[in-house]
Design a binder for this molecule. Structure first.
Ligand code: HEM
Ligand SMILES: *[C@@H]1O[C@H](CO)[C@@H](O)[C@H](O)[C@H]1NC(C)=O
Ligand SMILES: *[C@@H]1O[C@H](CO)[C@@H](O)[C@H](O)[C@H]1NC(C)=O
Length: 354
């Protein structure tokens, strides 16, 4: 049978055409969307790209992604927050409450930066936060194209304290917190791919903008590789809560990332991301889709995923940073050997701040 789909969503079998499952609409500005309600998003993308993200995978993208998590994880099955909370924008609407929580340190920065954009458009805070995260991540080479569902109602209350994990929490406590929000250990590891486009301002406040891997503007597997290297130095002062030794000058390592990379419950899941770009993409995309609708009824939301720009492909290959080989790896996954990787040429380098 010969069949093809036309641009406006008709499925044609030879010459008999019928509306396909995915209907599409042409917006007033000529853009094509899966639903008329998604048309309002195109001008917002242009504004965010030009005036918030500078079309880059930089600090405002990193902070916007962190914000998607800190808003959404304010959700708990055991505390009965299932009928509210989660990805509802409460972190921005009740910001004076939630930004005072210790784990939200520094998050007020991006809430303030996003505020004029939120005010300008007719999106709920919950929608805006997840939308900005998905659009921002599309600037990072190697990232998957994240989903975006539209229509979260305004939040009704602030999330309680202690829903956001801390870098000094034990693996047991981190996995328990995520399980209480509905995530498996595999999904926790998948979500932590976010730390490949990330830096810390507040873990060691003497060195703001210190990244977690050597390529903070690429959504690649370097974070999963470099967190498995033996730590030998502190990039700044050392002795900070939630920080452990790092392998590279200019790179900071969270105690939680160190522990998850080495714990028997998560080490093989962690290692499985090394040089496995499509695995990172698929698992991160699926876990982010779940995170973005925590506390929401997805059946009441409109799927506007096809307005999200397609991220550029990754051209760089997975590697050890200059000066490092497999001999520097703290092997933690007993079941499978650490993959063979090339080493960047030249002497050991230092990572530049974001
Ligand atoms: C075990 C769970 C996690 C812990 C303990 C943790 C902890 C942290 C800490 C301490 C920072 C540095 C903040 C600063 O000092 O500026 C950070 C940054 C970041 N986190 Fe996480 N995180 C976790 C999971 C996640 C998840 C699930 C996401 C997203 C899906 C995420 C996204 C980010 C991003 C993008 C940044 C960088 C922000 C920037 O560069 O400004 N994190 N995280
Ligand atoms: C704002 O969005 C709501 C749906 O969330 C819609 O009903 C309303 O008409 C919109 N208002 C304007 C001014 O566009
Ligand atoms: C790891 O680094 C420590 C210093 O922090 C050093 O004493 C140890 O020998 C190193 N181990 C490996 C396997 O490189």
């Amino acid at each position: 049978m010969v069949s093809f789909k036309t641009l406006n969503g008709y499925l044609c079998l030879i010459f008999i055409c019928t509306a396909a499952i995915t209907r599409r609409v042409t917006c007033a500005d000529g853009n094509i969307a899966s639903h008329a309600a998604c048309c309002v998003l195109f001008p917002i993308i242009e504004d965010l790209q030009a005036n918030l993200f500078d079309n880059e995978c930089g600090e405002d993208v990193h902070e916007s992604l962190r914000l998607t998590f800190h808003d959404a994880i304010g959700f708990s099955k055991s505390q009965g927050l299932a009928g509210g909370g989660g990805a509802d924008g409460s972190i921005a609407v009740f910001d004076s409450v939630e930004t005072a929580y210790h784990a939200n340190g520094g998050i007020d920065d991006i809430i303030d930066t996003q505020a004029p954009f939120v005010a300008k458009y007719n999106l709920s805070a919950g929608d805006f936060i997840q939308f900005a995260g998905a659009v921002g991540v599309s600037n990072c080479a190697g990232a998957p194209r994240l989903e975006f569902l539209l229509g979260r109602p305004p939040p009704t209350a602030a999330a309680p304290d202690l829903t956001v994990p801390e870098p000094f929490d034990s693996v047991t406590s981190i996995l328990a917190r995520f399980a209480d929000a509905g995530f498996s250990p595999a999904e926790v590891v998948a979500l932590l791919a976010s730390h490949t486009i990330a830096a810390a301002d507040h873990v060691d406040p003497t060195i703001p903008g210190t990244p977690f891997d050597s390529t903070p503007s690429l959504f690649d597997s370097q974070f999963f590789i470099e967190t498995q290297l033996n730590g030998t130095l502190f990039p700044g002062t050392g002795g900070n809560q939630g920080e452990v030794l790092s392998p590279l000058h200019g790179e900071i390592r969270l105690e939680s990332d160190f522990a998850l990379a080495r714990d028997s419950r998560t080490a093989c899941l962690w290692q499985a991301n090394v040089a496995e770009q499509s695995h990172i993409q698929t698992t991160f995309k699926a876990a982010m889709a779940k995170l973005a609708v925590l506390g929401q009824n997805p059946n009441k939301l409109i799927d506007c995923s096809d307005v999200i720009p397609v991220p550029p492909a990754l051209t760089e290959k997975a590697h050890f940073p200059a000066g490092f080989t497999k001999a520097n790896v703290n092997r933690a996954c007993a079941a499978t050997p650490f993959p063979t990787l090339p080493t960047d040429p030249g002497p050991v380098t230092s990572v530049a701040p974001v």
